[in-house]
Design a protein around this ligand. Structure first.
Ligand SMILES: [Zn+2]
Ligand SMILES: [Zn+2]
Length: 221
């Protein structure tokens, strides 16, 4: 018997077999327990980032954010405003809005919003509906002071919180004209009659968690 090892000798085959098993196990562990989870994690992350990048330019953020009633702030208790005044009960006075210190960038974003959120706090209704709901307006024989025309029964109107009423389209045209003539400025729509700043009023309600349907606005207070 020669001591020379041949390949088929079990003293060679066993260590080779063990080494092969260990190597295979190592590769297996590397492949499925380390590389695969990392790859999956990264690819998922990139898939998400990829879709975000695709979707974002087309996504128009809903502005203004949907109204959420805030029971704590919108109660009858005194609500602390960031400015100099407090909202008490359900009445917002014009002077409170005038004195309130706004976050300028938020206010500008509201003013520049293509959704014209400031008009959301104006009631949209026909003249017939206006006269029925607010009989005081029926007595006044008002004109739309933008187009200086009578209000006709089926005309769509906007009733502003200051109680001034205009044709809806006239008010939107009024805003558009303001924007085109002051294209490099932030345009804040004001009531053409009493100069109430509708953007500031809207932002005031949002900042204080107030629902315009529940709050009475006092234009003279
Ligand atoms: Zn008009
Ligand atoms: Zn007004």
């Amino acid at each position: 018997m020669s001591d020379l090892l041949t390949f088929y000798d079990f003293r060679v085959l066993i260590p080779i077999g063990i080494a092969a098993s260990v190597a295979y196990l190592g590769i297996y562990i590397w492949k499925y327990l380390i590389v695969w989870p990392i790859k999956t994690f990264l690819s998922l992350r990139f898939v998400i980032l990829f879709f975000k990048a695709i979707v974002n330019p087309f996504k128009i953020k809903q502005y203004p954010p949907p109204y959420k009633p805030n029971k704590k702030r919108n109660s009858n208790k005194k609500t602390k405003a960031n400015g100099t005044n407090e909202v008490q009960g359900k009445i917002v006075k014009r002077s409170q809005v005038d004195q309130y210190i706004f976050n300028q960038s938020t206010l500008n974003a509201t003013a520049n919003s293509i959704f014209s959120p400031e008009f959301q706090y104006c009631e949209e209704l026909t003249r017939d509906a206006l006269f029925e709901k607010y009989p005081d307006h029926a007595k006044k024989r008002e004109l739309c002071s933008i187009c200086i025309e009578n209000l006709h029964s089926k005309d769509l109107l906007l009733l502003l919180p200051c109680d001034h009423v205009y044709h809806r389209d006239c008010l939107h045209d009024f805003k558009r004209t303001l924007q085109t003539t002051n294209s490099n400025q932030v345009v804040m729509v004001r009531c053409p009659t009493c100069q109430l700043n509708l953007v500031r009023l809207y932002q005031y309600y949002i900042d204080h968690g107030l629902d315009f349907k529940e709050v009475k606005f006092d234009n003279k207070g």
